[in-house]
Design a protein around this ligand. Structure first.
Ligand code: WQD
Length: 337
C-alpha cells in the first residue's frame, strides 16, 4: 500500500514515515520545505534502508498536486501540510486560512480525481478551544481561540461534509494533544525555525545553552503547582497512531475524529523536573506572567482511539524527556537547513 504524506518532511511527518516504512508501507512525501528539511527524509532512508520519494511542491498548487498523484497513484494520504504557529496565525489570519484550507480542499479534490479514498488528517486539541470539562472527549463542541485552531475546525468540517455526500470516502481526523520527544536513535527530531514557541523544544535549547533560561508562563493557574497542565505524548506514539488510523480507514467509510493523547496531564514544572532527572541536567527558569490565550488545563480522554483504533500511548514522560534531549544534543543545530 502506498501512502502519500502531504507535508511529510516535518517533525510528525518524518516520524510517521519511519513507522510506515517499518510496517511495510511504501511512502511518498510531498512538501514545500517551507518548515522542513529534506535531510529528515534522508535520515529516515538511512534508518530503514528504504527509499522515500520526495516531491517538492505545495498542496495548494492543484497542478503540482495532480502531477504527484499521476506519478505515484497513492492508495491513501496523510495530510500534515499546514502552517501551525498559533501566534503567527493571529498576526496573519488570511495567510493561515488560505494556506491551510486550500491545501485541505485541493487534496480532497485531487484524491477524488485519482480514486484515492483514504485520508488521515492532522488535526489538533486546539479545536476544543476554551472547553473546561476535562478530560476532553470527541463529543465536546469545538470552538477556536485563534485562526490556526479555526483552520483545523473548518478543515474537519469540510471533510465531514464531503464524507456525507460521498460514501466511498474514509476520513480519520486525528486531534493531537502535545507531541514531544524524538525517535530513540536521536537521528530525527523536532527542528523548529527560530526561537521555539513550544515548551519542550525551548527547554532543549536552554539545556544546550542556545537559550539562557526558560520562562515559565504563569504559576497562578488553578492547577496542582500553579503552572499550566497539558497532555504530552511521545511523537513515536503519535506516529504509530497514524498507522492505526490507516488500518481503521481501510474498513470504515465516513469521517471520524479521534483524540491522540495519553489521558494524563503534566504541569510545566513536572516537565522541567522530569527533564532534569532523565538527563541529569539543571534547567534555569524564571516565572513570568501568563501567555495570552493559554488555558490552565488540557488533556484527553483517549478511550475512543483505544477502543476503535486499538491504539494507546505507551511511552512514559521519562522516555519523552530523554529522547527529546538525545536528539537535541546530537543535533544542536537541527538539520542545519
Ligand atoms: C505548553 C505549556 C505554556 C513555552 C501548542 C499550540 C499548538 C498545538 C500544541 C498543534 C503551556 C507553557 C510554553 C514556554 C511555558 N500544536 N510554556 N514556557 O500551548 O499547549 O499548544 O502546541 O496543534 O501549536 O496550541 O503548547 O508547548 O506552547 O505550551 O511556560 O516557553 O507550556 O504556558 O502551559 P500548547 P506549548
Amino acid at each position: 500500500m502506498k501512502i502519500l504524506l502531504a507535508g511529510g518532511a516535518g517533525y510528525i511527518g518524518s516520524h510517521t514515515a519511519l513507522c510506515l516504512l517499518e510496517k511495510g508501507y511504501d511512502v511518498v512525501v510531498m512538501d514545500n520545505l517551507l518548515n522542513a528539511s529534506p535531510e529528515a527524509l534522508r535520515r529516515v532512508e538511512k534508518m530503514t534502508g528504504k527509499q522515500v520519494a520526495l516531491e517538492v511542491g505545495d498542496c495548494c498548487d492543484i497542478a503540482r498536486t495532480r502531477e504527484v498523484f499521476a506519478a505515484h497513484k497513492p492508495d491513501a494520504v496523510i495530510h500534515f501540510a499546514g502552517l501551525k504557529a498559533v501566534g503567527e496565525s493571529v498576526a496573519k489570519p488570511l495567510y493561515y486560512y488560505q494556506n491551510n484550507l486550500i491545501a485541505t480542499m485541493t487534496l480532497c479534490q485531487v484524491m477524488k480525481e485519482y480514486d484515492c479514498n483514504i485520508l488521515v488528517f492532522s488535526s489538533s486539541a486546539t479545536v476544543y478551544g476554551l472547553a473546561t470539562e476535562m478530560p476532553l472527549r470527541e463529543t465536546v463542541p469545538t470552538g477556536g481561540t485563534n485562526p490556526y485552531a479555526w483552520t483545523k475546525i473548518m478543515s474537519e468540517q469540510i471533510l465531514q461534509d464531503v464524507a456525507k455526500t460521498d460514501d466511498s470516502r474514509s476520513f480519520v481526523l486525528l486531534r493531537y494533544f502535545n507531541p514531544i520527544g524524538a525517535h530513540e536513535s536521536g537521528h530525527i527530531g523536532e527542528d523548529p525555525t527560530g526561537i521555539p514557541n513550544n515548551l519542550m523544544p525551548y527547554i532543549c535549547q536552554v539545556a544546550s545553552g542556545k537559550l539562557d533560561y526558560l520562562r515559565v508562563f504563569g504559576d497562578d493557574y488553578p492547577t496542582r503547582d500553579g503552572t499550566g497542565e497539558r497532555d504530552y505524548l511521545h511523537v513515536m506514539d503519535l506516529a504509530e497512531g497514524h498507522v492505526a488510523a490507516i488500518e481503521y480507514a481501510k474498513d470504515h467509510k465516513g469521517a471520524e475524529a479521534f483524540n491522540l493523547g495519553t489521558g494524563t496531564a503534566y504541569s510545566v514544572m513536572d516537565i522541567v523536573k522530569n527533564f532534569e532527572k532523565a538527563n541529569d541536567l539543571t534547567i534555569p527558569y524564571q516565572v513570568t506572567p501568563r501567555r495570552p490565550g493559554d488555558i490552565a488545563v488540557c488533556y484527553a480522554d483517549p478511550s475512543k482511539a483505544r477502543e476503535l483504533l486499538g491504539w494507546e500511548a505507551k511511552r512514559d514522560l521519562y522516555t519523552m524527556c530523554r529522547d527529546a534531549w538525545n536528539w537535541q544534543k546530537q543535533n544542536p543545530r537541527g538539520y542545519e537547513k
